[in-house]
Design a protein around this ligand. Structure first.
Ligand SMILES: Nc1ncnc2c1ncn2[C@@H]1O[C@H](COP(=O)(O)OP(=O)(O)OP(=O)(O)O)[C@@H](O)[C@H]1O
Ligand SMILES: O=P(O)(O)OC[C@H]1O[C@H](OP(=O)(O)OP(=O)(O)O)[C@H](O)[C@@H]1O
Ligand SMILES: O=C(O)c1cccnc1
Length: 481
């Protein structure tokens, strides 16, 4: 890579706003921004948060080096030399709170909160949204696939179709957090410690005189890792019978074939036939892997058809989030410091869903003590004490306020964790297996109605009365002044 410094991985307007703040002398005024999305992807009932590790690394390594400063100096904006000098010593000195990777998250709740001088807070927007929107999208897609295949092995095969190299490795990581078992991408394996797995391509078979010879040679080369691709010529007449011959020879030498792979045709029919043939040959331990443009809908259909598939290889549809290629996460200013005091700010819109919720906020997952299940997420202003003390709180839907109830016997789990304080990293990033475990445990908090793939029941994200009241007051102020 020619250039790995990510500091200019931002939209030019951030630098222009930083410049204008610097010229006006407002660059050290404090601001609070929150990142959230307004609509869940894929019609799903939840999303899986991911992207924090990359964001932390980015924040820690922000540096306007000589090459960057020279590039900025040459821009037609004509930035003042004093501004460039200010950038030379730039580092992030603020505070950040975030959801943890693997957490179950919802629309209209803060996922990341940045409290910093406005100069620093602006710079982070683009990269933060870029990382979190993509990784959260892929983790959510992976979670949908995991939910339809709870007991099978899931292999991430997407690199060749990913939107370039970063998407491949970070997408592999996001998939692993949300329940995939392995990736075919060795770089993702090496960078993040994700288990890796690989079979062979049709080219291996085509490169030999006969399919049987190709299978034998492959089995000889990798006796502990033999998965044979059986659909190059004729799956049931040639591929499976040849694989059986090789498996039997392996048995005689004290080895066991792992699996066969089906990559075309009717995967339900072929897997049932192949299973029967393998079982009849006494090879019930040889597993069946399937691939070929799979997604959660096809996998669910295949299972409903009684397909005998132990392991699913999923590429294109997962890594490109093919049915929804972007998550619309946004980063909005919610408060600013004025004469040493915090002042909430609002963005009004003709579209009610786009009216922002003013004030710095925390998110609590309200878990009913009787059922042990999550009832709602409760978004409260950062200073509010009732929910922290477990006092009765009113849960009401901010879009339909007539829908409300009191919560009394609950545990409130604070969802936003402190990540940076005065520019110092204070969060210990868990390893990937701990993130997977966190994800699995969080899923267990929800009723299945909120998790189902098709038309899930909407999980409530409620505003505290104070947050709601403050929003109403500001709407009135701007609408009627
Ligand atoms: N029993 C089934 N029910 C529903 N969908 C299936 C079933 N079997 C396979 N599919 C899916 O149908 C699609 C078939 O795609 P397509 O016709 O392009 O594949 P093919 O012709 O079998 O193989 P190739 O990839 O070599 O073209 C794939 O997405 C596959 O996963
Ligand atoms: O289908 P995906 O979910 O993306 O999974 C990865 C695919 O990549 C490989 O085939 P390749 O793309 O090389 O060729 P093919 O499409 O002709 O099978 C593999 O055999 C899978 O079919
Ligand atoms: O290992 C495999 O079988 C594999 C890996 C990537 C893409 N298609 C298949």
């Amino acid at each position: 890579m020619k250039y790995t410094n990510m500091t200019l991985h931002t939209d030019k307007y951030q630098i222009n706003m930083m410049y204008a703040h610097w010229l006006n002398g407002s660059d050290r005024e404090k601001a609070v921004f929150e990142a959230y999305f307004r609509k869940l992807p894929f019609g799903n009932g939840f999303a899986v948060f991911a992207g924090l590790e990359r964001f932390i690394h980015y924040v820690q390594h922000l540096k306007f080096d000589e090459e960057i400063l020279q590039y900025l100096a040459a821009q037609e904006e004509g930035y003042d030399a004093g501004f460039l000098e200010r950038l030379r010593t730039f580092r992030f000195t603020g505070r950040i709170w975030s959801m943890e990777e693997g957490a179950i998250v919802f629309a209209n709740e803060p996922l990341v909160r940045v409290e910093a001088n406005v100069f620093e807070a602006h710079l982070l927007e683009t990269a933060l949204l870029n990382f979190v929107n993509y990784q959260t999208l892929i983790a959510t897609k992976a979670a949908r696939i995991r939910l339809v295949a709870p007991d099978e092995t899931l292999l991430e095969f997407g690199t060749r179709r990913a939107q370039e190299a970063d998407a491949a490795v970070w997408g592999a990581r996001a998939s692993y957090i949300a329940g995939f078992d392995a990736t075919s991408n060795l770089r993702a394996g090496m960078l993040f410690g994700i288990p890796t797995s690989g079979t062979h391509a049709h080219a291996w078979v085509q490169h030999h005189e006969t399919e049987l010879e190709s299978f034998e040679r492959f089995a000889k080369a990798l006796p502990n890792q033999v998965t044979l691709l059986v659909d190059t010529y004729d799956t049931l007449r040639s591929g499976v019978p040849n694989a059986i011959k090789v498996a039997k020879r392996m048995e005689a030498a004290g080895n066991r074939m792992r699996a066969i792979r089906l990559d075309s045709g009717d995967l339900a029919y072929l897997s049932k036939q192949a299973r029967r043939m393998l079982d009849e040959a006494g090879l019930d331990y040889v597993k069946i892997v399937a691939s070929n443009d799979l997604d959660e809908n096809i996998i669910m259909n295949l299972k409903a058809e009684g397909a005998r598939i132990d392991s699913w290889g999923v590429g294109t549809q997962l890594i490109t989030a093919a049915d929804q290629p972007a998550l619309g996460g946004v980063y909005k200013l919610v408060a600013r410091e004025q004469n040493g005091k915090w002042e909430p700010v609002i963005k009004i819109s003709a579209n009610p869903e786009k009216v922002s919720t003013p004030g710095a906020k925390d998110v609590y997952r309200i878990v009913d003590r009787k059922s042990g299940r999550a009832k709602a997420d409760y978004v409260a202003l950062t200073g509010e004490e009732e929910v922290k003390a477990g006092e009765p709180i009113e849960l009401f839907d901010p879009v339909h306020p007539y829908i409300h109830e009191m919560a009394e016997d609950y545990d409130a789990i604070p969802m936003l964790k402190p990540i940076f304080r005065e520019g110092e990293l204070i969060y210990e990033l868990p390893d990937l297996d701990a993130m997977r475990e966190l994800h699995r445990k969080q899923l267990g908090l929800f009723w299945p109605e909120h998790l189902r793939k098709l038309n899930p029941e909407r999980y409530p994200v409620d505003l505290s009365v104070q947050a709601w009241q403050q929003k109403m007051d500001l709407i009135r102020k701007y609408k009627f002044k």
